[in-house]
Design a binder for this molecule. Structure first.
Ligand SMILES: CC/C=C\C/C=C\C[C@@H]1O[C@H]1/C=C/C=C/C=C\C/C=C\CCC(=O)O
Ligand SMILES: N[C@@H](CCC(=O)N[C@@H](CS)C(=O)NCC(=O)O)C(=O)O
Length: 145
């Protein structure tokens, strides 16, 4: 059982650590720019770091749901590899956004593309499960025949 989820679990832990890193960056930026909660506005240098962290948090539940669905219903290794790529894209997004708004764009589109691939893998995997479980139709066996 655990060997079917260990890669997904490892990518999940890495993702949580990355989220913690982004949060720590906002805490540090608040100190540097002297902006205490609940204030969320300030110089563009602060607002970019703040927005980068909020946007990464916003997409984290979507990422986790897709990572585990694709990993359980499609292929664990592929989902974990895409998950690693996504976390790397998010790191580049954060670092890019911190430097300038335009530098966030390429990693943002790359990361979003990975999410859509995970959507496709999840949907195909779940469809395959429904067809074989309820209709008795194993598409993979049919294709191999
Ligand atoms: C699987 C993803 C789940 C939820 C997110 C849902 C939709 C988000 C769409 O996939 C993303 C598409 C993004 C499209 C962006 C289009 C235009 C942005 C253009 C320019 C930005 C320029 C700027 O802001 O500087
Ligand atoms: N919270 C997002 C909601 C809309 C959204 O998710 N847009 C995508 C663009 S495809 C995104 O990743 N936005 C974050 C960004 O532009 O940095 C925002 O403020 O832009």
């Amino acid at each position: 059982m655990l060997d079917q989820i260990h890669l997904l679990a490892a990518v999940t832990v890495l993702g949580v650590l990355e989220q913690a890193y982004f949060v720590l960056q906002v805490i540090y930026a608040r100190r540097v720019f002297g902006i205490s909660p609940p204030k969320i506005s300030g110089p563009p240098e602060f607002e970019r770091i703040f927005r980068a962290q909020v946007n990464c948090s916003e997409y984290f539940p979507i990422f986790l749901a897709l990572l585990w669905q694709a990993g359980l219903f499609f292929h664990q290794g592929l989902a974990a590899a895409l998950g690693l790529l996504y976390l790397y894209a998010r790191y580049c997004y954060f670092i890019g956004y911190r430097a300038s708004s335009s530098k966030r764009l390429a990693p943002m589109y790359f990361g979003t593309g990975i999410l859509w691939i995970l959507v496709a893998a999840s949907a195909l995997g779940i469809l395959h499960f429904f067809l074989s479980h309820y209709v008795g139709l194993n598409v993979l066996q049919l294709l191999a025949a």
